[in-house]
Design a protein around this ligand. Structure first.
Ligand SMILES: *[C@@H]1O[C@H](CO)[C@@H](O)[C@H](O)[C@H]1NC(C)=O
Ligand SMILES: *[C@@H]1O[C@H](CO)[C@@H](O)[C@H](O)[C@H]1NC(C)=O
Ligand SMILES: *[C@@H]1O[C@H](CO)[C@@H](O)[C@H](O)[C@H]1NC(C)=O
Ligand SMILES: *[C@@H]1O[C@H](CO)[C@@H](O)[C@H](O)[C@H]1NC(C)=O
Ligand SMILES: *[C@@H]1O[C@H](CO)[C@@H](O)[C@H](O)[C@H]1NC(C)=O
Ligand SMILES: *[C@@H]1O[C@H](CO)[C@@H](O)[C@H](O)[C@H]1NC(C)=O
Ligand SMILES: *[C@@H]1O[C@H](CO)[C@@H](O)[C@H](O)[C@H]1NC(C)=O
Ligand SMILES: *[C@@H]1O[C@H](CO)[C@@H](O)[C@H](O)[C@H]1NC(C)=O
Length: 546
């Protein structure tokens, strides 16, 4: 038995690092502690706790009972059996608000969809080694939710005993940035669950594009009725309600995007009068992806239509942010469009000036509906537009573009294709491409994403403009069949990068990433293995330098 002890020590050090994302402040001991079979999450200190917090507590209890994850060491924890026999049993986790709580009880859903500056997500968690109550304190319901998520990752299973061998545990945590990340509704809901397990805060939903308009917009039902692939492939307003409600209760805000003026060919199915160069060929002259078609931005009618579309769509989403898109606007498309050329001539405006008028009208519509506009980087780097200073810019083309966006004083979200794309490396989706390269090759490994530096090449003042980052999955080559495997556990990489902060050691992160991946698998997510299980049970042993 004694000779097994070093093995247990190894288990302690690897398990101590098993949380994902890693908390800012974490201390652990080496005492064994069992979870009572009737373990309770006690919310009685919170008078009038919100229903979504109570539901989150119930889900957490479910994970404690059902995860049944065996610890990732070679013997899967069998050598802990003896220690567990006499280990103290912990019977409850007590939730309470800290002294910084406003006194006004708000739900997780309300707090998760509030303005970024108003969100409070920190928590502190203690698990004593002697079996007395564990405590979770936060100044918000959202903070308590993040803490519950972390608490659920502390436990392993051996012969139906749920235990830790790291008591006492003390954690103080809060996010460094605001982390973030399409499909039958059930796939989206499953993805939202997994996102919440790694403290992701925002689901950026690029819900419509050139090929299809699946989003039902209350005042424009024809857009989806005619523009979607089919009547069974529409997100009804009830579906959207389901998604935003489900997300918010899990601490996730939904950032909707209706990409304009480019990527809008599908609008022509219902409103051909608003779309220039629809289905023009060769498409590559008029668009970055097939089929060609862009909103007639110089038309007052089209501008009014688009602004009304944003107003109507705003009512579907409770959050404070809405993206009007703005990537890949194609000049050639407008050059061959008779109505656009006639409008420009009549108004004496350049295309850029017309775009400015178009964007201002759309953003005014968003603002009058309480939304802060979000745009892709081209809107500030390729055009001289009048954008309000609260506009949030997503940098997607290259990480090297962040500095230029910050230089213009805009708040930004890192989404660069050279670090954050979950696509790439699968060949090109365009039919007759002769060789197997895609524009954003190569495939971005979790390690590559993990090395991203959010403040590289930014001054201290510019660094303050960084709101966070997102990992993007586009749907040219993904669908329900590969959703989980293309996203998980890779996307957990950016979740930790933007929650715990950058600059961490890949070698020591890997065992924890294995751990959250195995835990996700226990909870029904179709994660892919990062390495053979042999390596997952032997931290560091498969490193190139080991
Ligand atoms: C109880 O909480 C709900 C929101 O969760 C709030 O609307 C209501 O005002 C609260 N009631 C009291 C008495 O605090
Ligand atoms: C809650 O607010 C108090 C007072 O501002 C602060 O001292 C404490 O650290 C906060 N708690 C957490 C978990 O952030
Ligand atoms: C158990 O440990 C906690 C935290 O250290 C302490 O407050 C408590 O008094 C201890 N209880 C017993 C019964 O020793
Ligand atoms: C603009 O819309 C109005 C009202 O729908 C219509 O009468 C007019 O012909 C449209 N103008 C153009 C240039 O399409
Ligand atoms: C951008 O537009 C503003 C206002 O229309 C103008 O003053 C400024 O000179 C323009 N800048 C450039 C670089 O074209
Ligand atoms: C925008 O400018 C106004 C007025 O100068 C300022 O009060 C506000 O803080 C700025 N907002 C942002 C997000 O920079
Ligand atoms: C920062 O600048 C260096 C030197 O110009 C460049 O090599 C690097 O790619 C830049 N990094 C980012 C993230 O922009
Ligand atoms: C990462 O951690 C490993 C294991 O502790 C260590 O050997 C390695 O030197 C560290 N790498 C860096 C870049 O710090």
């Amino acid at each position: 038995m004694a000779c097994r002890f070093p093995l247990v020590i190894a288990a302690v050090s690897s398990a101590a690092y098993a949380l994902w994302p890693i908390p800012v402040d974490l201390s652990t001991g080496n005492q064994a502690l069992k979870l009572a079979t009737n373990f309770e999450i006690d919310t009685s200190a919170i008078s009038n706790a919100s229903q979504d917090l109570l539901d989150a507590a119930d889900r957490t209890k479910g994970f404690l009972q059902n995860d049944k994850l065996e610890i990732l060491v070679v013997d899967r924890g069998a050598s802990n059996a003896e220690r567990l026999q006499n280990a103290p049993t912990i019977s409850s986790l007590v939730l309470s608000f800290g002294t910084g709580h406003s006194g006004q009880i708000r739900s997780i859903s309300e707090e998760a969809t509030d303005d970024i500056d108003n969100r409070v997500e920190g928590y502190s968690l203690t698990v004593p080694e002697n079996g007395s109550k564990a405590t979770l304190t936060a100044n918000s319901s959202l903070g308590l939710f993040r803490g519950l998520t972390t608490f659920s990752q502390l436990w392993y299973n051996l012969n139906d005993i749920t235990y830790t061998i790291e008591a006492p545990i003390s954690i103080t945590d809060s996010p460094a940035y605001d982390p973030r990340i399409s499909f039958p509704v059930k796939d989206i809901l499953r993805t939202l669950d997994a996102m919440s397990w790694v403290h992701m805060t925002t689901f950026h939903w690029h819900a419509v594009d050139s090929q299809s308009f699946p989003l039902e917009i209350p005042e424009f039902p024809d857009l989806s009725a005619k523009g979607a692939y089919g009547s069974s492939m529409i997100y009804s307003t009830a579906d959207v309600q389901n998604i935003v409600t489900y997300a918010a209760a899990r601490g996730i805000d939904v950032l909707p995007e209706i990409d304009t003026p480019g990527h809008t060919t599908s609008i022509a199915q219902a409103f051909p009068e608003h779309v220039a160069c629809a289905l023009a060929t060769p498409w590559a002259n008029y668009a970055n992806e097939p089929p060609a078609g862009q909103l007639r931005l110089a038309s007052a009618n089209t501008t009014e239509f688009t602004a009304s579309l944003f107003s109507s769509a705003s009512s579907l989403f409770p959050g404070k942010y809405f993206s009007s898109g703005g990537d890949e606007v194609n000049d050639e498309c407008y050059a061959i469009d008779g109505p656009t050329q006639a409008e420009l001539k009549a108004s004496g405006k350049t295309l850029e000036q017309a775009l400015d008028t178009f964007i201002q009208a759309n953003h005014a519509a968003l603002k009058s509906n309480g939304k802060t506009p979000v745009v892709w980087e081209e809107m500030v780097l390729n055009f001289n537009l009048t954008l309000s200073n609260d506009t949030i810019v997503m940098v997607w083309i290259s990480s090297a573009d962040a500095a230029a966006v910050a230089d213009k004083g805009f708040r930004l979200v890192h989404a660069p294709s050279d670090y954050m794309y979950l696509d790439c490396g699968a060949g090109e989706w365009i039919g007759d491409t002769p060789n197997a390269v895609s524009w954003c090759d190569p495939f971005k490994s979790w390690q590559h994403t993990y090395t991203f530096d959010p403040t590289a090449n930014l001054t201290d003042a510019q660094a303050k403009l960084v709101l966070g980052g997102e990992q993007l999955l586009w749907t040219e080559q993904s669908g329900p069949s590969n959703l989980d495997s293309i996203v998980w556990p890779r996307a957990a990489s950016s979740a930790e990068l933007f929650w715990s902060g950058p600059g961490r050691n890949i070698s020591t992160a890997l065992p924890r990433l294995h751990d959250i991946a195995f835990r996700m698998a226990q909870r029904g997510i179709g994660v892919i293995p990062l390495q053979p299980q042999w390596c997952a049970l032997r931290p560091g042993v498969c490193d190139l330098t080991a």
